[in-house]
Design a protein around this ligand. Structure first.
Ligand code: PMP
Length: 390
């Protein structure tokens, strides 16, 4: 039995998405920049897709630009803003995605910017008082803080941050990769300068994403070429991806409440099953256990280390795909910068289970029963140590 429980990493294509992209794999192969009939057909599909995305997010079509995914979109927002506005100070957190942290680290190394890391509380939430103090001390700052953390699921109040950003004349970018398709947005109401999305996180194709650039900005393009995407991002458009992205977003928001309720129930069910599983010493990283303060599909569980091997590998061996990032000493290099930035127990193995609408309660039963069996047959380090001491 194969179970896929790593939906924060990527998701399965929705059948409606496959149907929508098929014509663009077969008969609609024109280059959207061509002015003849073949190009026009495809150009119309791109325009329709852009309109769909803009409508759903409360943006205007001119504010949506397609990219190869959220990594590129984050790079574009940060480097574009830093270069265009000669930003010299950036506020971020230690638990951002590497697409943000590494981009900032390069600018810091090159002497373009100084970085301030906002304090996080013991659960990994942004300390808004500290953020305000940093903003007060640093005029014309760029803030980059993610909406939901991909490892622990913590949700950040980007509405509150957008108000602070406005008050202190700061630019606000949010990595919304884990929340686009899962939480409603109305960008006509919020003062967010840049945000990003990636289709493969919500049952669309891989290798396609977008950046929302608020219309008051005109940032330097990072990929130059044929002037596509209004000159913001050169290169022949990934038409299949764009059509798939728009369809995936449409499907996600059409059934948002139903899907989010289901996914949330799966998470709650797993928490309740783990509580009676007989596995001792379970806790949850960040605010992952919270239904209100973390994204409903992510559950980051801290489990006792096994004497030999990792839980994630043992689950994989029996067909269960989850994600690791462990602090266990017998696992070597798997430690995560997110977990390391939090006051988590260092002697535990951290496993991220992340659900989608395609998971079932039976699958959760199977995962928890399998975990219980692993701990029955393979003692955790502590037990093993006690045995050896005796
Ligand atoms: N930001 C976050 C929060 C993510 O979870 C991911 C995907 N792991 C990315 C950025 C990068 O997305 P992509 O795969 O589209 O480059």
């Amino acid at each position: 039995m194969e179970i896929y429980c790593d939906n924060a990493a990527t998701t399965a294509l929705d059948p409606e998405v496959i149907e929508a992209i098929l014509p663009f794999l077969t008969q609609n192969y024109g280059n959207p920049s061509s002015t003849h009939w073949a190009g026009r057909k495809v150009r119309e599909a791109i325009d329709r897709s852009r309109n769909t995305i803009a409508d759903i997010l409360g943006a205007s079509p001119g504010e949506i630009f397609f990219t190869s995914g959220a990594t590129e979109a984050n790079n574009l927002a940060l480097t574009g803003a830093i270069q265009t506005y000669e930003i010299s100070h950036v506020i971020t957190s230690k638990i951002e995605h590497k697409a943000v942290l590494q981009t900032l680290a390069r600018h810091e190394k090159e002497g373009d910017i100084e970085i301030s890391f906002v304090k996080l509380d013991e659960r990994g939430h942004v300390d808004l008082y500290h953020l305000e103090n940093l903003l007060r001390a640093n005029p014309r700052t760029l803030i980059t803080l993610m909406h939901a953390n991909n490892e622990i699921g913590n949700i950040t109040d980007i509405h509150a941050i957008s108000i602070l950003a406005q008050r202190y004349n700061a630019i606000f970018h949010s990595d919304t990769t884990q929340t686009i398709g899962k939480i409603r947005f109305d960008l006509s109401q919020d003062h967010i300068d840049f945000l990003v999305g990636s289709a493969h996180k919500f049952h669309g194709p891989k290798g396609i994403g977008f950046i929302y650039i608020n219309k008051k900005h005109n940032i330097k393009a990072q990929i130059l070429g044929g002037g596509q995407e209004g000159g913001q991002r050169g290169g022949t458009e990934n038409v299949i991806g764009i059509v798939g992205l728009a369809k995936a977003l449409e499907v996600a928001y059409r059934n948002l409440d139903e899907n989010q309720t289901k996914v949330c129930r799966l998470k709650q069910y797993m928490i309740s099953k783990l509580a009676i599983s007989g596995i001792g010493g379970i806790c949850y990283n960040g605010d992952s256990k919270s239904i209100d303060n973390s994204i409903s599909n992510v559950l980051n569980v801290s489990l006792p280390c096994l004497a030999l091997g990792s839980v994630v590998n043992k689950l994989d061996a029996i067909g269960i795909a989850a994600s690791g990032g462990s602090a266990c000493s017998n696992l070597g290099n798997g430690s995560s910068h997110v977990i390391s930035a939090l006051p988590c127990q260092r002697d535990k193995e951290n496993v991220r289970f992340s659900f989608s609408k395609f998971n079932t309660f039976d699958e959760v039963d199977h995962i928890v029963n399998s975990l219980a069996r692993i701990y029955e047959t393979e003692p955790a380090t502590r037990k093993r140590e006690l045995q050896l001491a005796n």
